[in-house]
Design a protein. Structure first.
Ligand code: OGA
Ligand code: NI
Length: 341
């Protein structure tokens, strides 16, 4: 049986009790400020302003943990097309979607509701999610949903193009850190997932959340907000909505990149709020290390005057700590921190 929110929520006037967040976690009635955050024009990195672009990326990574990317080389029409095919996917009848619906988190292609982190959640999140691997494409295409019929072609092309942009940005980050080019290649970025969220219209947005407060437990994440706001980030203790600049991508620094750079750039706490007017579809592209990969501050970035802040751990153990702390960014980073005497 498919148990997606989108299957039953269309006509509800209030949200079921198990979607009501505890008072301290509710977004409340507050009107949040809307800000773009730092905006990086990637076309400038090709021209004379490569150094300036790198500096802007490094500063955004330090101060905000994210930036929006414009002129990134992925065409606006491909971005729209990916969103429309994903909308078509979520619009299909439950019987068709049931082939990929599963509560089993070990399944490679997975449609589920609420959050992937809690198995026995008491409070649920107002979202449905479809996730599957997306690189290398030839190995992943068969794992992707076969319906709608355009899915594999459009999502495949989208994944390839988004990946090119990510690799360009990771190279700029390498340069900004003074690491050899390609440092983030190999095992640090071997797993790549495409995770699409559907946040249906919610009749009581002040009580519910689309995702909990978290920091992505991976290297980097790229988000296509699909033109509808809902993503909030926390900066200096204040939440703001990230303005969805048309055809821009959000580039979010993940916890692993924070550890590798020894806090030179940092992950960002974020959450998703819902709205009562329209459904929101966001498409995430997540770059992850292999489970066996060793995560530690890069040797080239530590010295006696700049000692490592984090332990050397396997990625699989970091993920366990993240799950034990219920997806808490602070909890996970604390358990990875070295005790400084
Ligand atoms: C995520 C995430 C934000 C959004 O999937 O990790 O933070 O706007 N998504 O959907
Ligand atoms: Ni996230």
């Amino acid at each position: 049986m498919v148990k997606l929110i989108s299957s039953w929520c269309k006509d509800v006037q209030s949200i079921p009790k198990n979607y009501v967040q505890p008072p301290d976690l509710r977004p409340g009635e507050l009107i949040f400020p809307v800000k773009s955050g730092p905006v990086v024009d990637l076309s400038k990195a090709l021209g004379q302003d490569r150094a300036g672009t790198i500096q802007q990326i490094m500063q955004a990574g330090q101060e905000f943990g994210f930036f929006q990317v414009i002129n990134h080389g992925v065409s606006g029409s491909l971005m729209q097309d990916a969103k429309s095919v994903l909308k078509e996917f979520f619009d299909m009848p439950d019987e068709v979607k049931s082939s990929v619906f599963t509560p089993d988190a070990s399944k490679k292609c997975r449609l589920y509701s609420s959050s992937a982190i809690y198995l026995n959640e008491e409070i649920l999140y107002w979202r449905d999610n479809l996730t599957h691997p997306c690189h290398p494409l030839e190995d992943c295409v068969q794992l992707m949903p076969g319906k709608p019929t355009r899915y594999r072609e459009v999502v495949g092309t989208y994944s390839v193009e988004v990946r090119k942009m990510i690799m360009r940005i990771l190279d700029l980050i390498c340069e900004g850190l003074g690491l050899e080019l390609g440092y983030f290649g190999g095992d640090l970025s071997k797993f790549e997932l495409l995770g699409t969220n559907l946040y249906p219209r919610c009749p009581e947005p002040s009580l519910a959340l689309g995702t909990q407060i978290h920091c992505d437990p991976n290297l980097v994440s790229i988000l296509n907000q699909g033109g509808v706001s809902g993503l909030q980030v926390c900066k200096d203790g204040e939440w703001f909505l990230v303005e969805p600049i048309p055809n821009a991508f959000m580039f979010l620094i993940g916890c692993q990149l924070q550890i590798i750079t020894n806090d030179k750039i940092r992950g960002v706490e974020h959450r998703v709020v819902t709205n009562s007017k329209e459904d929101r579809i966001s498409i995430g592209y997540f770059v992850l290390p292999t489970y066996e990969c060793v995560i530690e501050p890069a040797k080239a970035l530590v010295s006696t005057c700049n000692p490592p802040l984090y332990k050397t751990l396997q990625y699989t153990d970091i993920l366990k700590a993240y799950a034990e702390k219920n997806g808490s960014h602070r909890g996970m980073m604390e358990s990875h921190k070295l005790q400084v005497e």
